[in-house]
Ligand binder design. Structure first.
Ligand code: KG4
Ligand code: ZN
Length: 350
């Protein structure tokens, strides 16, 4: 059989995205051979910046306004038309419900009009499988997903076969970055601004907690860390430039130690459960993976434990249509095609 072509659509947060991916099946656990033909992402960051965070209503309206143009651009960049596509994959949740409805309803209409299978994709599955597209990674492996909405360690065993080993019991890590930035007066989005300020800072100046360190299950907790930053900020107010830099550096140092401890536990557990996997691999995904200091911490951890470390290119770590197209392609190749009527009766879930 020849290559399959999948159109992927993603609208779960503040990126309107579409992509076309071509791919061929491989052996059992190996990744399909893929070619990314287009990947169009429109970020709404500017529309939300004035509010200091993503406003769901604004996001939903912006998706509706942009979606048709983004899908057309993805098809034309790929040199394809809708009639050449073998299946349409669309994010069906989790995410902001207004955006999900915009994307899902559009995908339903396209699938109905062009008489193509529609593949509803879990957003987290998109992140989980991305390294198979970028690095041809075979199952099983571990994924650390750190974004504005999620902080999870996932055991990826196969397509549709995932086990969550750990998760945050309160804030997501990206959210902790964004809230920390806000409370010390740095603009949205907080993550990149905290990272930038931290370069000039002393990470040992403020003693901040390493939440849940040493506990058995590799879970996370970041709300106490954020509170500790607030208290430290109050103790030196009004904040000068040096104080802000030191606070950011101290916050990042606490996060880096916390990740090393929590992820380190998950690596040990995986290694114990999978003695036959010759090169155990950790993949990192999500917007926080953009942070060079944290990435370096994870890389160091993997080197110490003799693990392979994979960080897909940033444009594929943050939300995009290619990861949804890829998850759709894997499902298509595995024959996991849901009944048309069931999908058409389905609604996305936040
Ligand atoms: O994956 P993403 O683009 O969107 C979702 O949340 O799904 O992640 C966005 C999050 C935001 O919280 C942002 O502050 C954080 O990723 N982020 C960073 C950095 N760049 C983005 N956090 C830390 N350091 C960065 N350089
Ligand atoms: Zn995401």
């Amino acid at each position: 059989a020849g290559e399959s072509l999948v159109l992927g659509i993603e609208t779960s947060c503040d990126e309107t995205a579409a992509a076309v991916l071509a791919g061929l099946a491989s052996d059992r656990n190996a990744a399909p051979t893929t070619r990314l033909l287009s990947n169009v992402v429109l970020s709404q960051i500017e529309e939300h910046a004035a509010f200091g965070g993503v406003v769901p209503e604004i996001a939903a309206r912006a998706h509706v306004a942009a979606l048709d143009g983004i899908i057309e651009a993805a098809l034309s960049d790929a040199g394809t038309a809708l009639c050449d596509i073998d299946a349409i994959a669309v994010t069906a949740g989790p995410g902001l419900i207004g955006g999900l409805m915009a994307g899902f309803t559009t995908a339903k209409a396209l699938a109905f009009g062009a008489d193509k299978p529609l593949l509803p994709i879990n957003h987290l599955e998109g992140h989980a499988l991305t390294a198979r597209m970028t690095h041809g990674l075979a199952f099983p492996y571990l994924l650390l997903l750190v974004s504005g909405g999620h902080t999870q360690i996932v055991l990826v065993r196969g397509v549709g076969d995932y086990a969550r080993l750990g998760t945050t019991i309160d804030d997501a890590l990206g959210e902790a970055f964004d809230k920390t930035a806000k409370l010390i007066g740095l603009p949205y989005p907080g993550g990149p601004n905290v990272e930038k300020a931290a370069f000039a800072g002393d990470g040992t100046r403020f003693a901040l907690p390493r939440p849940l360190r040493g506990t058995a299950r590799p879970d996370f907790s970041f709300s106490g860390l954020k509170t500790a930053v607030r208290q430290a900020a109050e103790s030196v107010a009004p904040l000068g430039e040096k104080d802000v830099a030191d606070l950011c550096a101290s916050f990042q140092a606490a996060v880096r130690d916390t990740l090393a401890d929590r992820v380190g536990r998950a690596l040990d557990r995986f290694a114990a459960d999978h003695p036959s996997v010759a090169t155990p691999t950790l993949v990192v995904a999500g917007g926080v993976a953009a942070n060079a200091y944290l990435r370096d911490g994870l890389e160091t951890l993997c080197r110490e434990k003799e693990w392979r470390f994979i960080a897909p290119p940033l444009s594929l770590c943050t939300d995009n249509g290619a990861m949804i197209a890829h998850a759709g392609l894997e499902r298509l190749l595995a024959g996991l095609i849901p009944d048309v009527r069931a999908v058409f009766a389905m609604a996305p879930r936040s």
